[in-house]
Structure formats: C-alpha cells, structure tokens
Ligand binder design. Structure first.
Ligand SMILES: [Cu+2]
Length: 148
C-alpha cells in the first residue's frame, strides 16, 4: 500500500516540476498583475515559446475573471496608447517566441472574481489553433516594474 501511495506522490512531484507545454509550446516567465488592490481588471504577461509547428494563440480563459481577452496596445490618433481586443489572436510561427509584455500584447482579465493578491496563483488556459489548450499557473506579481 505504501509503495502505491509513494509512487503517486513521486509522479505528482514530477508533473509539477515540468514547465507547461503541449506539442512544442512552452510558456515561460508568466505573471499577472492589476493596477491597484481594488482594480476590477488585471493583465497577464508571458513568453510563449514555440518549438513546434506554426501555430496561433486564439483565446484565453481563467476562473479568476468573468471575461478574458487577447489584447494589444495601439497608439490612438491623439497619441495616447489604447488597448485593443485582438479577436483573431496572435500568430506564433514555428521557432519563434510570442512576447506578451507591459505596453504590448497581453491577456486581459476583466471582471476579476477576487482581487489579485501578491503571492496568489491564478490558473490561465491558453487556447492554440493546433496545440489546443494549455493551462498554466500564473503567479500574481504586483511589484514587478515594466521592462523587468
Ligand atoms: Cu487590455
């Protein structure tokens, strides 16, 4: 009996230690933040490394928010940066990395079901055209500065 239990524990430990990946897609350096402790919106940033075939990030979801969209920033006519919902998603050609960073592409989380607290972990599911769904645990990092 103890052997079986131990085997399961070891298998779980190995599974947890592995980075999130599916069919050549690896997600690195993910974090999520909101502008203030009471904010109703947040954004997740990450690097999506594609060692597989040409793919496209077409959607995202999370139990932490009512609506999750793929956004980018564009400069409006008045020179002010505005967020834009990119419905067609983001291309991730084979052998490239899709960078989602502050001031650029991001996973927008609107209608947070609870405030994002430093140290929390939020599950986010990314949907790719070919690789399918990849769910990652994204740490809340309210202290990280742009460019870090
Ligand atoms: Cu946004």
């Amino acid at each position: 009996m103890s052997f079986t239990f131990r085997s399961i524990a070891v298998a779980a430990a190995i599974a947890c230690a592995m980075p999130a990946f599916a069919q050549g897609i690896t997600v690195e350096d993910a974090y999520v933040r909101s502008a203030s402790p009471t904010a109703k919106t947040g954004a997740a940033f990450m690097q999506v490394v594609n060692d597989g075939e040409d793919d496209r990030l077409i959607g995202a979801a999370s139990p932490a928010a009512n609506v999750v969209q793929l956004h980018t920033h564009i400069e409006g006519g008045d020179g002010v940066m505005q967020m834009k919902h990119v419905e067609e998603g983001f291309d991730v050609p084979a052998g490239t990395t899709l960078s989602m960073e502050r001031g650029g592409k991001h996973v927008m989380m609107m209608g947070l079901t609870a405030p994002l607290a430093q140290g929390d972990v939020v599950p986010v599911t990314l949907t790719f055209e070919k690789a399918g769904d990849i769910t990652i645990d994204v740490p809340v990092d309210l202290k990280r500065m742009p460019g870090q």
